[in-house]
Design a protein around this ligand. Sequence first.
Ligand SMILES: [Zn+2]
Ligand SMILES: [Zn+2]
Length: 276
Amino acid sequence: MIMNLHTHTHHSPDGGSESVADRLALAESIGLQIMAVTDHCEVNRYYPAEHYHAVASQVFDYDSQAVMEGSLAETTACKGTNPNVKLLCGVELGQIPQEPELSQRLYNDPRLDLVIGSVHELPDMADFYFLDYTNPDMKPLINAYFDEVLALAQTDAWDILGHLTYGMRYMPNRADYDITPHLPIIDEIFRTVIAKGKAIELNGSMLKSPAPFTDPDLTLLKRYRSLGGQYLTISTDAHHGAYLDYRMNELEQMAADAGFTHLTYFERHQPMLVSL
Ligand SMILES: [Zn+2]
Ligand SMILES: [Zn+2]
């Protein structure tokens, strides 16, 4: 297996109990060549709850600063300890458009190889995971989601655009949802990614759901490729070791089916190609 560039460890609030060292040993045992640790840092809740005059809850975790610092410190310490796995130091920054200056400062941390930019929530709303999907007209919400992803793409505080279709991930009727009205803005997002020399990821997190799918799906992956997209990463978004290589062969095959001959990883924010 070539790579898994999006993984969470015990530092992430939803990341289970495994350390970076645990993951490194597991990566070696399953033959994973390149692994990035990318724990969560929601930049709109970077400081403790008191800073925002708020209370932490099931819906909102605060103090991402502590998560990021712990993750970067441990990953940096583990670098070079295993000659068989290239370990990359990363972070998943959520909500970059809500805190662009803080995000740019975090992006410039000299320990970082790569930053995944993700939209998990819209301003003044909870993570899409917690939203109520009973409203029959989802189009305004999904419009707002892709507007925010475009705003993210237009910043420079990221290397890999995370799970492009996350805003649709938890829709109960996702397979029936007509994405056609959103294709113009998705194309604009793709063109922005390409012009900046950055990457998108093929995220297989939801392959473990009862109705499996990827973020994005093969159709959108082909669309990115046809617009000139060259840089693609692969990930399972593993929060537990059991998913470190989950259906990875299918993800690699999907990338090939979309016309990619290489995958990309980032070292010190520089794209590096590896044969698929
Ligand atoms: Zn995410
Ligand atoms: Zn993630």
